[in-house]
Design a protein around this ligand. Structure first.
Ligand code: HEC
Length: 255
């Protein structure tokens, strides 16, 4: 009996470790106070338009909605909208999904609500994930793009912010299971190869701004729903009073 329990425990432990390695690294906490920082959101919007919209779209988002984070129509026109696009347009990409699939092995997902769609129980919010993901790229010559990512192993997306961050390599530690002899690789850390335009602190800052923008972008619809909900409740309240008075008026002479 004792032996059976021990075997059971051992196999459970094995299962646990196998799962831990397949789930990837732990997520860093996204500094959420940025969400109310207009300058950070504006900087994030700029990074988004310059570095992400080439491949991804945000098809639920119009450029002129950026007025909500304090930009004027002129600022949007001058800084964020490229030729042939109007400020009232949706944030669409010119990239053909079929071609993207061919080039990267995967279609770049729409980023309108990405910050809400990637949360995971026990690991963190979607914002935490993206904040970690955009800081976890490392050089890997075995990948078609030359890049790999510790938060999303074998990702199809290249490191589009590498000029800002610089290049780094990942250092892995080998763990050998005692009985099964299976080797797992745990990320120990990164080593710089070439520096980027930004220091590590500045790069973390820039990514935080970008993630704040992605998070904000996934919210306006929600804010609007709340606003609409309030109007619906008000309407129902007023209508109830009218119906009640009407009812009284109709039945007045019957009694
Ligand atoms: C060169 C094209 C390209 C650019 C530019 C690009 N991406 Fe991607 N992105 C991709 C592709 C392709 C995928 C799908 C990867 C996969 O599923 O393997 C992807 C996936 C993602 C994902 C989803 C990851 C997941 O867990 O599913 C996020 C988040 C993301 N990109 C954010 C960004 C942000 C933010 C930027 C701007 C800084 C950006 N991308 C710029 C091509 C691009």
């Amino acid at each position: 009996m004792k032996k059976l329990i021990l075997t059971l425990l051992a196999s459970l432990a094995l299962l646990g470790s196998a799962q831990a390695s397949s789930e990837g690294i732990a997520w860093d906490k996204f500094p959420a106070q940025r969400l109310t920082d207009t300058a950070a959101l504006q900087h994030g919007a700029k990074l988004f338009v310059n570095y992400c919209l080439n491949c991804h779209q945000a098809a639920y988002m119009r450029y002129n909605r950026l007025r909500d984070i304090g930009l004027t129509e002129q600022q949007i026109k001058d800084n964020l909208v490229f030729t042939g696009v109007k400020v009232g347009d949706l944030m669409k990409t010119g990239l053909d999904p079929k071609e993207a699939k061919e080039w990267f092995g995967a279609v770049p997902p729409d980023l309108s609500v990405i910050a809400r769609s990637r949360s995971e129980e026990g690991k963190g919010s979607g914002a935490d994930y993206i904040y970690t993901y955009l800081r976890s790229y490392y050089r890997d010559d075995s990948r078609p793009t030359g890049w790999n990512n510790a938060a999303f192993p074998n990702v199809g997306m290249p490191h589009v912010l590498w000029e800002l961050q610089g290049q780094q390599r990942a250092v892995f530690e080998e763990h050998k299971e005692e009985h099964g002899g299976e080797v797992t690789h745990m990320l120990k850390g990164y080593e710089p190869i070439t520096p980027g335009k930004l220091s590590t602190a500045e790069y973390n800052d820039a990514v935080a701004d970008l993630v704040a923008y992605l998070q904000w972008m996934s919210e306006p619809a929600q804010n609007e729903r709340v606003r609409l909900g309030v109007w619906v409740l008000l309407f129902l309240a007023v209508f109830t009073v009218i119906a009640w008075r009407l009812n009284a008026a109709f039945w007045k002479d019957v009694k």
